[in-house]
Design a protein around this ligand. Structure first.
Ligand SMILES: *Cc1c(COP(=O)(O)O)cnc(C)c1O
Length: 361
């Protein structure tokens, strides 16, 4: 290879500087690291899905507009006619579409920190400046700093995850509303964890012309399908729709998601089970000395513990995989995040943690 063919000469420097999103191997582990729903669908529903997929015309391109699936989503969520839907191959793809659409020279995206890391990463992919405003010590919005940053940077987009990942909390509604009103850009409320939150901005969509709402089926049970969606006024979605790749939602995703949406009570019962396990886990963790548990409205719990990195490694040796956040942000020093699993997985996590702690003290 001659010197002129080096990637360093061709690839953008900000891409060379990135490290790839790391997904740790999890074979044989109790997997409590990625906010997946631990439950599967009923055998009857899986049989129906098997039939549907066996008969799917996979030699043909899928319906480019995924009209049937969109209609089913509209019914299921009771979305009013003046609100449009954009489908993404996961909500990650929707974040990417938004970032690419607004990436004028000098444009800025604002988010909070710590939050979902893909906001910053995708801004970098799209060559757009990302400004992360630190949360307060208790992971609330730093409203004054946010409002000042809005004046200073005139952001094209503000991303707010509601509940936030990895902290698990809901930001104050009134503060979010004042951010929506203060900015001349768009605000994306990312409701990836809505199934566990008992809170949403869906009823505010009609009220604010610059508000868009993003959701995903990943955390509520269909992570393998990759389906996210954006809700908002057509004046925005008509523009974003132009950037959606024609067949981004495959036929399997279209037919399976539509089928499962006929049985949303299955998913909501699973979400209820996860929420009640969340209460149990939080209560248990709070009983342990030297653990600080943060309140969660999502399907995971953030907690702070002495020597978090060693605890994480010890859990891993016991075949329990959670997420180590120590070192990812100053506010997350010694923080670990555990996804709520099945009752059996959760009690194995709890008892293993207790064993590890009794040995290390
Ligand atoms: C997991 C997550 C997503 C990504 O969801 P996909 O639809 O699987 O791409 C988006 N936002 C937040 C806050 C998340 O935690």
């Amino acid at each position: 290879m001659s010197n002129s063919h080096l990637p360093e000469h061709i690839i953008r420097p900000e891409i060379l500087a990135l490290s790839a999103y790391h997904v740790p191997p999890a074979a044989g582990m109790i997997k409590l690291d990625a906010m997946e729903n631990p439950y599967s669908l009923s055998p009857e529903l899986r049989d129906e899905i098997a039939q549907l997929t066996a008969n799917a015309p996979i030699n043909r391109y899928p319906d480019a507009s995924a009209a049937a699936l969109k209609e089913k989503l509209r019914q299921t969520l009771a979305i009013s006619d003046d609100i449009d839907i954009l489908l993404g191959n996961g909500s990650d793809e929707i974040i990417q579409i938004i970032a690419m659409a607004v990436a004028k020279p000098g444009a800025v995206i604002i988010g909070v920190e710590p939050s979902f890391v893909m906001f910053r990463m995708i801004a970098t992919f799209a060559n757009i400046q990302y400004v992360g405003i630190p949360l307060t010590q208790d992971f609330s919005l730093n409203l004054d700093v946010m409002l000042a940053a809005i004046v200073k940077h005139k952001p094209a987009v503000i991303f707010l995850a509601y509940p936030n990942n990895p902290t698990g909390n809901l930001f104050d509604r009134a503060e979010i509303l004042s951010i929506i009103q203060a900015t001349s850009g768009i605000v994306i409320i990312d409701e990836a964890y809505q199934a566990f939150a008992d809170a949403s901005f869906i009823n505010e969509l009609d009220q604010f012309p610059n508000l868009l709402l993003m959701r995903t089926l990943s955390k509520s049970g269909l992570a393998g399908l990759r389906l996210g969606f954006l809700l908002g006024r057509s004046e925005w979605l008509i523009q974003l729709e132009k950037m959606r790749l024609p067949y981004n939602i495959g036929i399997m995703t279209q037919i399976i998601a539509e089928k499962v949406l006929h049985h949303t009570s299955v998913l909501s019962k699973q979400a209820d089970a996860i929420k009640s396990e969340r209460t149990k886990m939080s209560t248990f963790l709070a009983t342990i000395d030297n653990i600080k548990v943060y309140p969660s409205k999502a399907n995971f719990i953030l907690f702070r513990i002495h020597a978090a990195a060693q605890i994480f490694q010890a859990l891993k040796q016991h075949k329990i995989l959670i997420k180590n956040l120590d070192g990812t942000h100053p506010l997350l020093e010694n923080c670990l995040r555990v996804t709520i699993g099945t009752p059996d997985e959760n009690s194995q996590f709890c008892s293993t943690l207790q064993t590890i702690l009794s040995k290390t003290v």
